[in-house]
Design a protein around this ligand. Structure first.
Ligand SMILES: NC(=O)c1ccc[n+]([C@@H]2O[C@H](COP(=O)([O-])OP(=O)(O)OC[C@H]3O[C@@H](n4cnc5c(N)ncnc54)[C@H](O)[C@@H]3O)[C@@H](O)[C@H]2O)c1
Length: 422
């Protein structure tokens, strides 16, 4: 492991391969590239220190380069112990002067040590995916809070945690909720998670999905995407929900909806994407078929109650990379993928660059917004300003060569009036 005061990555010799793969990702990131060009000219982040806790992938590497081009000093650690791409981490250290602390497969202790190392930059801005870094700075490095002007948050679970902090009055700086941008969750959570979760399951298992019963727990943005793609692969998709609205939407989208107690008996493959705990638990494992495959694409590894499964099993063994077989006392096998961690990032490469282009455009512009507006913001969670969201959509459409209509003068007037009826 290449370990230095200012970095901790697997092997710096992976930097060349990392650089090539980062270049590959950047080809599909035209919006972020255009922001990078402007940042290089205007240097809006000059003098700013940014500590980021994100999945260390090639797309994240592209974002780190854009922040550095804007004049920021950047430290990066992983937001999940299994999601780091070691070659991308090495390339950022070797070629871009980013302080990276991340190795794929790091244990819990190293994961938190890396967060502390990324925070040792004494950031002005934090970037988070799941709010672990914000949580550490608020509990273990309170002395650094005085430097911070604001932070960004990438995902649904992080936004929920940060809103809880704001409500309890313990959040000490403003947060921009990147996840709430339409150009983030409509594309990243839906199409990104939909495709990459299937990719992770297939890379881990090489199973045929056609004809199988595929259970999707949670019909939120991620669940909608996964259900749509699993159906496209020929699976019979069964949805479980706790909220009547998305459950009804799933029914009208043509899916069968059932409680997990029923789905547990019928499912061949299960995937949780709820942001909740113990969605699959003892009472469900007890009813599953021999050979059932169980995985998670929600943020934390708490959606599947693996400790309960371990207690119920008589043995556990790894049967393929990312596949653990829990042999139950009655002889059935239940297969857990990637230790219940994000399957799309652990066993595959996360979302394709095309969607991360928009998510990370929001991140880059979110940081610029925080640095510019630092005086005007309270210690609350803010949505991404609508003009940033629209600008990103406009740039993406332009980059893919899609043109749209403009409102005529009469249409604008009509939409702003109430007098005209039938
Ligand atoms: N894998 C990835 O790359 C990726 C990408 C984006 C978000 N995420 C994470 O995925 C999770 C879901 O995100 P989202 O944007 O879809 O959230 P969302 O809020 O849009 O949807 C979550 C859904 O789960 C449902 N739910 C909650 N508890 C449930 C239970 N016990 N059983 C069944 N359904 C339940 C909720 O009613 C809701 O409809 C979050 O943890 C988020 O951070 C992962």
């Amino acid at each position: 492991m290449a370990r230095g005061r200012s970095f901790d990555v697997r092997d710096l010799r992976l930097a060349r391969a990392g650089r090539d793969r980062i270049e590959w990702a950047k080809k599909e990131m035209p919006v972020l590239r255009s922001i990078g060009k402007r940042f290089a000219k205007e240097k809006p982040l000059k003098g700013a220190r940014v500590s980021a806790c994100l999945h260390v992938t090639t797309e994240t590497a592209a974002l780190m380069q854009v922040l550095a081009a804007g004049g920021a000093k950047v430290a990066l650690c992983a937001s999940n112990p299994l999601s780091t791409q070691d070659d991308a981490a090495a390339a950022l250290v070797a070629n871009d002067g980013i302080f990276v602390y991340a190795t794929k497969g790091e244990n819990r202790k190293t994961y938190y040590t890396h967060i502390l190392q990324a925070l040792s930059l004494k950031p002005h801005v934090t970037m988070d995916d799941g709010a672990d870094l914000v949580s550490v700075i608020h509990t273990k490095r309170k002395e650094y809070l005085k430097h911070v002007v604001g932070g960004t948050e990438e995902t649904t679970t992080g936004v929920i945690r940060l809103r809880a902090m704001a409500e309890k009055g313990v959040l000490r700086y403003p947060i921009v909720a990147v996840n709430e941008a339409k150009t983030k969750h409509l594309f990243d959570n839906r199409y990104g998670t939909g495709q990459s979760t299937i990719d992770g399951i297939l890379r881990a298992t090489n199973r045929l999905l056609a004809g199988s019963c595929f259970v999707v727990a949670g019909y939120g943005w991620c669940g909608r995407g996964l259900a749509m793609r699993a159906r496209g692969m020929g699976a019979r998709v069964l949805i479980t929900e706790v909220d009547p609205l998305p459950a009804l939407e799933a029914v009208m989208d043509g899916f069968e909806v059932a409680p997990m107690s029923e789905a547990a008996v019928r499912g061949d493959v299960f995937c949780t994407l709820t942001g909740n705990i113990q969605v699959l638990r003892g009472e469900h494992f007890r009813r599953m078929k021999d050979g059932a495959i169980v995985c998670n694409s929600g943020h934390f590894n708490v959606e599947i109650d693996i400790p309960a499964l371990a207690k119920m099993a008589r043995s556990v063994r790894t049967v393929r990379p990312f596949v653990e077989e829990y042999r139950m006392r009655d002889g059935r096998a239940i297969h857990v993928l990637a230790e219940g961690r994000l399957i799309n990032l652990a066993a595959a490469e996360g979302h394709p660059a095309t969607v991360m282009d928009m998510s990370f455009a929001n991140q880059a512009l979110g940081v610029e917004f925080l640095v510019r507006k630092r005086e005007a913001l309270a210690n609350k969670v803010y949505p991404i300003p609508e003009e940033i969201d629209r600008e990103i959509a406009r740039l993406k459409l332009a980059a893919i060569g899609t043109r749209i209509d403009r409102l005529t003068r009469d249409q604008k007037k009509y939409l702003a009036s109430w007098e005209m009826g039938t």
